[in-house]
Write a protein that binds this ligand. Sequence first.
Ligand code: GDP
Ligand code: IMO
Ligand code: MG
Length: 404
Amino acid sequence: MDGECMNLAIIGMQFGDEGKGKIVDYLADNFDAVTRFSGGSNAGHTVIYNGEKIKFHILPSGVLRGKIAIMGNGMAINPKKLVEEINMIENHGIHPKVFISSKAHVVTEIHEDLDSELDKLIKIGTTRQGIGPAYYEKYRRTGIRIADLFNREILEKKLKLMMKLNDIHIERNDTSTIASELMEYGKKIKEMVSDTEIIINNMINSGKNILFEGSQGTFLDVDFGTYPYVTSSNTTVGGIVTGLGVPPKKIDKVMGIAKAYTTRVGEGPFPTEVEGEEGKKLREKGGEYGATTGRARRVGYLDLPMLRYATTINGIDEIALTKVDVLQGYPMIKIGIKYKCHGKEHIYPPPDLHKCEVEYIDIDGWNNINDENFKKYIKLIEKETVARVTLVSYGPKREDTVKL
Ligand code: GDP
Ligand code: IMO
Ligand code: MG
């Protein structure tokens, strides 16, 4: 950074939970504003702050470093959860300056109920935060936006329409009460509601540095992920353009975050998954339990075709590799190097993942990050992805990080 103007995107390269929160916290000091552009409280980004574990679901994690927080139009925001998270952060003595897009969509308790009901039928294993329904209402052009929290007539009309379109006859048909509650939360955030696309572009044009904090990961992207086992937004780099109103040429660098192995929470294909005792050992060693739902994460070997794909479609320049400490002490480490489907080799994950086999290589394990074998592992990732590994994280705390 060092005086140079830089807008940096942080993008998960796998199925989410790669350690984005930790890396954002590590880098945030170099930036003037930290932002979120997609998703909502389905995210769970963990930061260790003064020895305490803080989980961010809606605010960008960089607020802990006293940075301006910008929440883009591409987000689906539950106002109640946002207010709770702001209170939580204030209890830590941090009073963030937050800008919320008036165009962002609102998630209500009705969306949460719909999410749970829908998931009983389609079994994605969602976080039940109402994210999917908020986005399908958005694309049906019936969604509630942040600006609607300040107009009772519109708000009630939209709530009623949502009940009708979703055929809801449950006891929650009291749109008046729901509208009142939403408006109360609206009052609490009113001062923060702004034209964030103008604010952010003015900041960029006056030479400020912006950090774009991705949520979820490349393989949960609604277009590029393992559809339908994905989230309902664009979690990849294009989401920044549409979710914040930032022109693509203003994104100076893309950093991909990859875990040293792979995890997934929820349903969907996971070709390098490891089950049984071996999987259990890795899950326990890595503390692989969801930051939002507490669910046990599925675990598996590193999948290099996934990282190649993520690098390609996001234009990843640099990789931050996390949780390398978890693999420490294994004599051999298995790595997925390519796929074989119907006798044909693929260096990118093919669309019909579940019908494919993974080809593995074994590499020698390491005991610390200065070990030659660890360096070979890094070189292999760099060779296969054609991106440089510039950060290595070997523990959850800020100081457990080295620049390469
Ligand atoms: P995110 O959603 O990408 O921000 O990741 P999560 O916070 O959901 O999950 C990552 C988990 O791993 C959190 O509990 C972090 O505190 C922890 N973590 C992050 N980096 C490291 C690391 O290098 N080593 C270890 N052991 N834990 C880490
Ligand atoms: P962060 O930002 C891991 C998963 C859910 C489910 C699917 C759809 O912490 O990396 P949704 O509630 O979004 O409709 O669920 O996506 N999922 C995540 N998995 N990390 C996340 O966020 C996730 N957000 C959603 O488990 O499989
Ligand atoms: Mg997470």
